[in-house]
Structure formats: C-alpha cells, structure tokens
Ligand binder design. Sequence first.
Ligand code: ATP
Ligand code: MG
Length: 387
Amino acid sequence: MTVLLPGATLGVMGGGQLGRMFVHAAQAMGYFTAVLDPDPDSPAGRVSHYHVQGDYLDEIALATLWGHSDAITTEFENVPAQALARLAEHRFVAPGAAAVAIAQDRALEKAHFTRCGVPCAPNTVIATEDELAHVADDLLPGILKTARLGYDGKGQLRVATRAGLRSAWDSLQRVPCVLEKMLPLAFECSVLVARGADGAMVNLPVQRNLHRDGILAVTEVFDGCVAPLQAQQAVAATRAIAEGLGYVGVLCVEFFGLADGSLVVNEMAPRPHNSGHWSLDASDVSQFELQVRTLAGLPLTQPRQHSPAFMLNLLGDLWFTRGGSETTPDWAAVLALPGTHLHLYGKLNARPGRKMGHLTVTGASVDAARATASQAAALLGLPASWP
Ligand code: ATP
Ligand code: MG
C-alpha cells in the first residue's frame, strides 16, 4: 500500500471518545482528520478538522467523508459493515468490513476463535424456539447475551433456570442470542495488537481488567499483573486471532482467567479499547498512534511501557452526589497527586454509567502507582482498593 505521510487526511467512522483520541494522535503527527457522526456535539467531531454530520449509511455523508479522507478507520464496532464496504470502493479502509462484521456478532466471533484454536466459554446460539428447548443443562447458570449490539454489559441477562432463560430471551425480544456458561473468573485481562497491511504485528503488554456492573472500572498494567504463562498465552492467542482475520488495524481481545489456571477468550473489539487507554501516558507508543500508523501504512515498532500504570474509568456517576444533585468532581485535588493524568471526553451531559473520561496513574514503582491510584479513587468517591 502507499504510505500516507503527515499532511494527508485520515477519516474515522464514529465520533465517540475513541475517535477523539484517534483524532488527537493523528493531529499530533501532522495529519488532518475527518469524522462522520450524526451528533453535532460528538466528542471527536468537536476536535476534528472536518465533521461530517450524518448517518452511517447515508450516501451523501459517506461520499463527503471519503471526499475529505485519504484513508478511513472506525472507532466503534457497530458501524454498519456495508458502510465500510461502500467506503472501501473509494478509499483504503482499515479494519476491513469483513473483520468488523465478525466482531459485530458474538456467534461469528466465537466461531472464529474456535477456528484459531483459542478456547471460549462453553456456549450455544439461541435464535429459534427449537434451540431454546434444546439448551444443554450444563450451560446453566449462564449469561444470555444478544449476538449483536451489546456493550458495557448491555443486552445481557444472567439466568439460572430454564424458566429464567425463557423469560430472559422474551425480554430481549427473542433476537438471536448466545447463552454462555457462567464461569468462576479468577481475573480478566486483554491484549491489544496492531497489524499492518504488510502483515507486521506488534502488541501492547497484557492488561489486567476489573469490571463493575459489566463495565470496565480499573485496568492495571505492569510486569507480573498477569502470571507469565497466562500472559504469554493471551498474547499468542490475540496474535493468532488477528492473523486469522488477515486483520489490518488495532484489535483488542478480552480474556477470562479461570481458577484452574486456564484462559478462555471472551470477545474482541476491532479498534482501540478502553483497557488500552493507559498507553497514552505509560507507553512510548499509544494504541491510538498504532491505529494512525496502521491506517497510514507507516512502520510499526514494538511499543515500550515506561511506567507501571493504573487506569480508573470515570463514569457519569461521579457527577452526582449521593443525594442525586449534580456536582463537579474535585479534579484539582486529584491532579495534586503526582503521576495523575486526567482525560475527559468533552461529553456535555453526565449520566450514570456513561463513560465521561479516565484517569491514568503512573509511578516509579508498582507500589507507588498503586498507592496514588488508591488515593485518587478515594478522592473521587470510588472504591480505594480492588482485588
Ligand atoms: P464490553 O463493554 O467489553 O463490550 P460487553 O457488553 O460486550 O462488554 P462482555 O464482555 O461479554 O460484555 O461481558 C461483560 C462482563 O461480564 C465481563 O467482562 C465479565 O466481567 C462478565 N461476564 C461476561 N461473560 C461471563 C461469563 N461467561 N462468566 C462470568 N462472567 C462473565
Ligand atoms: Mg467485554
């Protein structure tokens, strides 16, 4: 592919926080940027050189985007795959529509993992009454997840019995779902890889993740945050999954670590990921710069983490007092702590559960960074310790 040098314009489908941080990285390197998002106040649209305000399948909006852009990427996986395919008729698009279509569908995604020899949680597809009736007993208790359009634990219901499964499927409007056996998780982790059009691949170190209510709450990254064997397995599996897709771009794969020491894959995201945000402040190349490099056809060099990192997600809940009235978190108090890096996404309205920003804490040692992260969490009213 031809290399797009700074001065070219990089386009992105979607204007959320991931698009915003992509735009920041691209602009820092001297690129122009274009964002397509229907929301006039989208976080990325507000900081991009061009903001095409329109729907993802609108022909005029797509033509305007490719008219501005020399190459186009995506910042969320639910962008219609047809839209990416349409753009690809005119411009280089990475990741490609076929890979995104697989990541959009839990059933296709699991089939791909299995093809790559990476084990998943025991699961079955429920798309028909007959499939519902024939669910194996040992998948219960389980989690019923819509095959498409789930995020941050939305579109998921925990089920313990057959009757509960039936009513859960009813309440999900009987859309195609995947039922997964509930596993006893010892920990969760994720790995980000970047793969170029020439097949070159680099990865960020394994990230240990803590979720609260199905939403990522804390990511910690340092040598030994995941035991070496499982860390190696996670990196090798992620590389195999990207290779198997012929993937171009940044890909994140999430894993469950089980009590018996085994590792199973959960899901993948065809884009930078919340669990990789720490790389903006603690790695010499961030996940967003990797996305820029893969899109522009620039060389990929193995990123080097230079500090232990703890990332705390800042959800909209922090903007409300216990009594429910609106407040502003005490950023000055948090920023008085050494090694705190505040990122806010410019969203106009805080809502409980909405990702408003994140705080990365770096330090000279794991203990120092952890102690600061714990102090910052306490100042923000978040739990000051986590398992
Ligand atoms: P994301 O925001 O990562 O896209 P999502 O809505 O796609 O989230 P999942 O990643 O499938 O949801 O699940 C969210 C969380 O729920 C997981 O990180 C894990 O904590 C828990 N979970 C999901 N599946 C299982 C399972 N089979 N067993 C135990 N816990 C699970
Ligand atoms: Mg997930």
